[in-house]
Design a binder for this molecule. Structure first.
Ligand SMILES: Cc1cc2nc3c(=O)[nH]c(=O)nc-3n(C[C@H](O)[C@H](O)[C@H](O)COP(=O)(O)O)c2cc1C
Length: 421
């Protein structure tokens, strides 16, 4: 258990209503006081353009999750920055069909934000130039991926171990991004004995990154345990660019607490919004100083789930769209009475009509269960021993880019592995 300091809400914070819909940890956390938090400024104080983000809330890039369909659902509830899932540089440059689809946007998506994944400076530069030409407003690079296939090749969360390599990759992006802000997302390090975030954060900022996002877990921890918000506070202390805090925002009040406890400039929300796109409305309300609405009842959630399904079908076509929807049904129905009994049926749906039929017998009036607020929605609690390339730690000054996938076949196999991570 991490020893977290008490929050210090400023004078003027609105009183907390009795009977608030929250878990014990958030029962007494006041929502924002007037003027307590400002917009997240990406690119401020630099030669480059500023993207102001209000509220300072970012949808975490999540592979297999934050495609255009889900981003559009979230955006309709709230405001902030909604980042694409990671887009592999090689796949994008070679015009791989799925990569192109995952990178796609719609004309009303503004600001448009894309997370890239790559470890070759030439590829990254070329990709960034092309995305900027397409009109992208914000670029992030994934340096936190813990998937063994990736770290074993020296990519993802292995990159920050070598600050000069990290610097080289960030430089390649910044130099090709024109006035579009570039941010870096990383983890604390490989494991507790090999923490990299301080030096890596400095290297990223030194190369012109507009902000650094920190998922406050190590690659060995994967998604287990409680995120270490003290590391976020430490990064805020040592960097002069905004820090985005990431890890364990399940309720809107968690975001307010994280901002108060760490001084971070914005929060990145991952698993908490899986099957809960309305979390972004609750977050916007908490930052506006308004007590958030209660979550929808089950019947409303079924409508939201079906709308999400329609958007996935529109993006991917019926076969892939409905198959994608299967995992979402588990997240949307989590914790509701009788949902476990229909889970098997939900995992086999072949159409949205099947989905409607599977949940028809459940109680449409049931309110959202408080126990579902902090329930695991993906990934679980396993940990791992991180795989690095042979001899990787012998020369930490080395900035040679690791080998990534080159052929379309290799790219597809990587993308499959990344989706699992
Ligand atoms: C299903 C899933 C897919 C993910 N894919 C990515 C990704 O593509 N890029 C990335 O930087 N992080 C990825 N992550 C990590 C999240 O962005 C985030 O850092 C992590 O979930 C911690 O935040 P949370 O505690 O709010 O979930 C993924 C996480 C999940 C659960």
């Amino acid at each position: 258990m991490i020893d977290r300091p008490a929050s210090h809400p400023p004078a003027g914070a609105p009183p907390v209503p009795a009977g608030r819909f929250a878990t014990a940890v958030n029962k007494d956390v006041p929502v924002a006081a007037p003027g307590e938090f400002g917009a997240l400024q990406l690119g401020e104080g630099q030669v480059r353009g500023v993207v102001p983000v209000w509220p300072p809330v970012v949808l975490a890039p999540m592979a297999g999750v934050t495609n255009l369909a889900f981003r559009s659902m979230c955006r309709e509830y709230g405001a902030g920055l909604y980042v694409s899932e990671m887009i592999t540089a090689r796949g994008y440059l070679m015009g791989n069909r799925l990569t192109t689809l995952l990178a796609s946007s719609s004309p009303d998506e503004s600001p448009r934000s894309v997370q890239v994944y790559g470890a070759d400076p030439v590829d990254l530069g070329e990709m960034v130039k092309s995305l900027v030409d397409e009109g992208v407003d914000h670029l992030d690079i994934n340096m936190g991926c813990p998937v063994p296939k990736v770290t074993r090749a020296g990519g993802g969360s292995a990159i920050p171990v070598k600050p000069r390599l990290l610097a080289r990759l960030v430089r390649a992006m910044v130099q090709n991004a024109g006035d579009v802000p570039v941010t870096v997302k990383m983890r604390k390090g490989i494991h507790d004995g090999l923490l990299t975030f301080e030096e890596a954060g400095r290297a990223a900022a030194g190369e012109g990154a507009s902000a650094v996002g920190l998922h406050a877990r190590t690659a060995a921890e994967l998604y287990s345990g409680e995120a270490d918000w003290t590391a976020i506070r430490r990064l805020v202390e040592i960097l002069d660019v905004p820090v985005l805090g990431n890890g364990d925002i399940w309720e809107p009040y968690d975001a307010i607490r994280m901002m108060r406890e760490t001084g971070c400039a914005g929060v990145i929300v991952g698993r908490g919004c899986l099957g809960r796109p309305w979390l972004f409305r609750e977050l916007a309300q908490a930052f506006e100083g308004v007590e958030p609405d209660r979550p929808p009842r089950f019947g409303e959630i079924v409508e939201i789930m079906l709308e999400h399904g329609r958007r996935l079908v529109e993006l991917f076509g019926e076969g892939v769209g409905v198959r994608q929807m299967r995992k979402w049904t588990a997240w949307y129905t989590k914790g509701f009475h009788g949902s476990a009994a229909v889970r098997g049926q939900l995992m086999r749906i072949d159409s949205l009509e099947d989905l409607e039929r599977a949940v028809a017998a459940l109680d449409m009036e049931e309110p959202f269960p408080v126990a579902a607020l902090r329930a695991q929605r993906a990934k679980g609690s396993k940990t791992q021993s991180v795989k690095l390339p042979e001899g990787y730690l012998e020369d930490l000054e080395d900035d040679t880019p690791p080998k990534g996938p080159r052929t379309l076949e290799e790219i597809r196999s990587w993308e499959k592995a990344l989706n699992g991570g």
